[in-house]
Design a protein around this ligand. Sequence first.
Ligand code: GSH
Length: 358
Amino acid sequence: MSGARTIDEGEFTSMKFARSLYLCVLMFSLSLTTVQPASAQGSGSATLDAIRARGQLLCGTAGTTPGFSLPDSQGVMRGLDADSCRAVAAAATGDANKVKFVPTTTQNRFTALQSGEVDMLSRGTTWTLGREGNLGLEFAWVNYYDGTGFLVKKSAGVKSAKELDGATVCVAPGSTTELADADFFRINNIKFTPILIQDVSELQGAFLSGRCDAYSTDASALATFRFSQGPKAEELVLLPDIISKEPLGLVVRKSDDKWFDIVRWTFIAMITAEEKGITSKNVDSFMDSKEPDIRRLLGLEGDMGKALGLDNKWAYNIIKQVGNFGEMWDRSITPMGVPRGINNLWTKGGLQYAPPIR
Ligand SMILES: N[C@@H](CCC(=O)N[C@@H](CS)C(=O)NCC(=O)O)C(=O)O
């Protein structure tokens, strides 16, 4: 047949192999050209590079909320939000203490993050569409599933939020609480007058002095505020109604995906550690574990840290220095008498579920 030659199966296979090899090499070199410029400049995350250069994570906290972020008598910031910052610092720098807690208010927190004054927010901030869609921010994880509640004086004799018709309610301006309260009173066809006060101690003072009939915010903050009143807590009642969903999250700027990944996987590592029973106290005893999930978590195999632009000991450092998620909870929230509830692990009926580290 006219000079055309047929190819046998062996030749066909080797042509296929050559083509696959060519495609692989092409894809590999393409991947190099996209990765190289970033790695030539640093880690690939401008935020991580800035943290490493200044030797500190700048973490936006409230600094006013017992159980979440409040300095102790030695001036050390304590609480679930504060420890969330420490965990990210441990992942990013290898040292949980390389963090500066920057005070932010309900109103100025988003500007502080957008302007680069802080690297992240860890201060009871509700994950909403508007905040992701309009503000150029994104939520890396939820460290507390909460809801809006009301605190009232026992002497008022109110038993449920629907009895608050005509009440004055103390609320922080710029909060989702404002919106949740407005929805609740509208749905129930009852009236209220919001009293908006930016400074939180003034706001709480206004409630205690009787200027407002109720104080409304995230139920967690109400419970820990009530607890912090000592014997006077008896005079305050947290109403049973939870009128909204308030998933409180860790917030970063959009456009630094690698930094987003680091914050997100810091939490996943702490939840994974809790799932596996690994704590700050016993983590070293797992360093000879044969279990692949544990070996990957602790940086014994799999280069998981490297994939995040971090040391492979990133999760070990978090667990050793800050602990697993349950330890963080028990250190700060349990003493306030708040049950774990939906904040438990999924294996215990809660919402915290760690995607695989692999
Ligand atoms: N989760 C709600 C409310 C958060 C909020 O700001 N709560 C007040 C409670 S009064 C607070 O944290 N105040 C502390 C402060 O501003 O220092 C939101 O994201 O808007």
